[in-house]
Write a protein that binds this ligand. Sequence first.
Ligand code: HEC
Ligand code: HEC
Length: 122
Amino acid sequence: MNKIFKMMAPLFFMTMLFGQSGFRNLQVLDKNISKDDLKATMNSFSDYLDVKCSFCHILDEYYKDDKEHKRVAREMIHLTKMIRKNGAQYFSKEYKTEEFTCYTCHNGSAEIKPYNPDEDWP
Ligand code: HEC
Ligand code: HEC
């Protein structure tokens, strides 16, 4: 037991030191996401909504939750995950649920109007 611990301990501490991404306030995304993956995710949000980082963030203080848009975006990540996970319920068999992204609804625009059946019915 003791021997195993001694063997494993360096591994454990290495993971703590180098394995963690160092991001401080990830509540929805994987806390151990790599820097590259987080970058790609953030770039995709900016593209999907056609906004700059500052739409959701105070620049250089990315961990802060001061901006309403960041807090909404968190809910939207939940929503997107949920729809993907239960894709079989909503989409035809041919539809690839991994193609379901923010873009599916936002289509390159941050401010979209939810469908209103009273006004928008053709
Ligand atoms: C549509 C909103 C949105 C846009 C645009 C956006 N982000 Fe984010 N960002 C978020 C959200 C939401 C989180 C927190 C995710 C979570 O809680 O898991 C986050 C987290 C981060 C973090 C981690 C901070 C920490 O330490 O916890 C960094 C760094 C970051 N974003 C950088 C960027 C950069 C750089 C850009 C522009 C290329 C960008 N973001 C664009 C919404 C956005
Ligand atoms: C199922 C459709 C759908 C998906 C998927 C979706 N959104 Fe949204 N989003 C909306 C709707 C509808 C609104 C407007 C809600 C309102 O006005 O109350 C909105 C609003 C927002 C806002 C607030 C914009 C503003 O100007 O106040 C942000 C930020 C946002 N979404 C980010 C995201 C991000 C990031 C993703 C992907 C992780 C995403 N959304 C995925 C439908 C969606």
